[in-house]
Design a protein around this ligand. Structure first.
Ligand SMILES: Cc1cc2nc3c(=O)[nH]c(=O)nc-3n(C[C@H](O)[C@H](O)[C@H](O)COP(=O)(O)OP(=O)(O)OC[C@H]3O[C@@H](n4cnc5c(N)ncnc54)[C@H](O)[C@@H]3O)c2cc1C
Length: 300
């Protein structure tokens, strides 16, 4: 990967996950000077397997990213393994500051920063991650066919995941500890056979794999999986500095061409909202890459 870059680029992509890398492949194929800033190790698929992406079977995320980066580099895209620490609007484009101290000017910017899953913060969560602790019911539901699953979270997302999980798991529970849960979702979950518990989780336990979830009121739920569905945080600050107001959940709303409300700023992947899936990230990456290249060359 190169660290040298022009002082003005056509397309600057923030994030080197599936969305950013796919955007780089399509922008660079349109002959736009393309720079990607971000660490592949920060991608949600780094260190995990993807088994529902078209035509690949089960593939490890690290290989996917490194192959994708080689493809993008072969058509001229360049990658800098740093984080963006500042962003702003200047005459004719945008100015992006990197944590190494460099500042790059870009005619267009693609925000592909993904989301950071909100952690529950209880003992066992980190130790048993990937061994029954998951942050993505949509991704992992298939592994819970005929097994027991607990969904943890107070938001609508958790309720929808609980209802969906009843189509897979032999027993599904939903743990809620805050008021204000959507009553319609609660009724739907109950009607689907979900057991509701109302107490804060205090620990996830098991020998080498998840075996039980312990609640503050002393309840112990025997389970094979704990799905933490607490929502996510995203790089809303970058967006706001570029003049784009994020949604209430910090996602960035985009049009069919992945454009935002600010001309020249595009977004793709998890940062644009659910579903958080590789297939959607690369689809939007393709669209954003081409649209940003066209924008920076003045063809749209
Ligand atoms: C455990 C797990 C299992 C999963 N399994 C599946 C699955 O089986 N199938 C599936 O389709 N999906 C799965 N997903 C979801 C999938 O990983 C995401 O949908 C996908 O990675 C989104 O791609 P993205 O490029 O939008 O974001 P990400 O892949 O998260 O990439 C974001 C990039 O932005 C960078 N970044 C963030 N902030 C900055 C900044 N300030 N400056 C520079 N760079 C920045 C990060 O370092 C990273 O490079 C899974 C997710 C997890 C966590």
């Amino acid at each position: 990967m190169s660290t040298a870059f022009d002082s003005v680029v056509d397309v600057l992509i923030i994030g080197s996950g599936p969305a950013g890398v796919q955007a780089a492949i399509h922008a660079s194929r349109k002959k736009a000077t393309t720079l990607v800033v971000g660490k592949p190790t920060g991608s949600a698929i780094y260190g995990t397997d993807v088994d529902n992406y078209f035509g690949t079977g089960s593939v490890d995320g690290e290989s996917m990213l490194s192959e994708g980066i080689s493809q993008a580099e072969s058509t001229g895209a360049r990658f800098i393994l740093e984080n963006v620490v500042s962003s702003g609007v200047v005459d004719g484009g945008f100015q992006i500051g990197l944590d190494g101290g460099d500042v790059v000017t870009a005619r267009s910017v693609i925000i592909a920063t993904g989301v950071a899953r909100t952690k529950l913060g209880v003992p066992g969560e980190k130790e048993l991650f990937g061994k029954g602790v998951s942050y993505c019911a949509v991704c992992d539901c298939n592994f819970y066919r005929g097994r027991r699953a607990v969904i943890v979270g107070n938001e609508s997302e958790a309720g929808m995941s609980a209802e969906m999980m009843t189509g897979y798991a032999s027993e599904t529970s939903w743990v809620i500890w805050e008021d204000g849960v959507n009553p319609v979702l609660l009724d739907k979950a109950k009607a689907s056979g979900v057991s509701i518990f109302r107490s804060r989780p205090v620990s996830i336990e098991g020998e080498g794999k998840v075996e039980r979830l312990v609640l503050e009121d002393g309840t112990v739920i025997q389970t094979d999986g704990v799905f933490i569905e607490l929502g996510a945080r995203s790089a809303a600050d970058i967006a706001m500095d570029l003049g784009v107001m994020p949604e209430m959940d910090d996602s960035i709303k985009v049009g069919a061409d992945c454009s935002t409300t600010v001309k020249g700023v595009f977004a793709c992947g998890d940062v644009t909202g659910k579903p958080w899936q590789v297939a959607k990230a690369v689809g939007q990456g393709c669209i954003a890459g081409m649209a940003a290249a066209d924008y920076s060359k003045g063809t749209i």
